[in-house]
Design a protein around this ligand. Structure first.
Ligand code: DX5
Ligand code: ZN
Length: 250
């Protein structure tokens, strides 16, 4: 795997009363991109942050790359405000965009890197006609809306399909994955071809944030350099710790 594996801590699982401090810790632990989940209570059944929070974080972290994941309806109406607030990358859901080509160009026109996201039930081929426009594709490996959900293993097939498509077409977009990235899933995820790993619960929900980020990134990079993809270890996936009680099901 030639591509460098990057870790994108998702602040969704952070303590919002300590947001700047916790985000900084995650970046110091090895996060290279800060993933900011924007939810509107319509496209997804949850509400999170808007441009003012992004602008405040920008003041605290002037040099960090901000990856704004818009889980909102009518994203065109808000893209200028997120760009102004300090977003570097802006991703929009294919399912939320009637005129996806136009929306991706709008993002680029605000000097942000455009990206597209697909939900677990959306096939990769829905993106055929925009792959040449995007900086990265984000594969949702949970249904969007909440942190700490169970990883949907079919996402690995979608990552592989996307990698094959990229090679066949000679494109250079990157592949990001979001949801259920943790120590017990990350090796399969990286071996399938994901390069930017979003992780919330695994970094912010327990213990030391810096150490969690460091450990997860090391495990990911070790898996990436350990050779060809083995078959998905179903037994290991089935034996995952039973945190079901605390996981929200979407
Ligand atoms: C979910 C969000 C994710 C979320 C991932 O809709 O898009 O970014 O924070 O959370 P974990 O890593 O806890 O599954
Ligand atoms: Zn996200």
């Amino acid at each position: 795997m030639a591509s460098v594996i990057e870790l994108a801590p998702s602040i969704l699982s952070a303590n919002f009363a300590q947001l700047g401090v916790e985000a900084k810790a995650a970046l110091e632990g090895g996060g290279t991109v800060l993933h900011l989940d924007v939810m509107d209570g319509h496209f997804v059944p949850n509400i999170t942050i808007g441009p003012p929070v992004v602008a405040s974080l920008r003041k605290t972290l002037p040099n960090a790359t901000f990856d704004c994941h818009l889980m909102i309806e009518n994203p065109d109406d808000y893209i200028p405000a997120f760009a102004e607030a300090g977003a570097n990358w802006i991703s929009v859901h294919q399912e939320a965009c009637v005129h996806l080509d136009r929306t991706l160009h709008l993002i680029a026109s605000h000097n942000c890197k455009p990206a597209v996201v697909i939900n677990p039930a959306t096939p990769v081929h829905m993106l055929d006609n925009v792959l040449d426009l995007v900086h990265h594709v984000l594969i949702m490996s949970v249904n969007p809306g909440f942190g700490a959900q169970h990883f949907i293993t079919n996402s690995l097939n979608k990552v592989r399909d996307l990698g094959r498509l990229r090679e066949a077409r000679g494109l250079d977009f990157r592949i990001e994955i979001d949801g259920g990235v943790a120590l017990d899933t990350v090796a399969d995820i990286v071996r399938a071809g994901a390069e930017i790993l979003v992780a919330g619960n695994a970094i912010f929900s327990h213990g030391d944030i810096r150490e969690n980020a460091r450990t997860l990134l090391s495990a990911a990079r070790a898996a990436a350099s350990s050779g060809p993809a083995p078959r998905l270890r179903r037994a290991a996936a089935a034996a995952r710790p039973s945190k079901e009680g605390q996981r929200r099901q979407a």
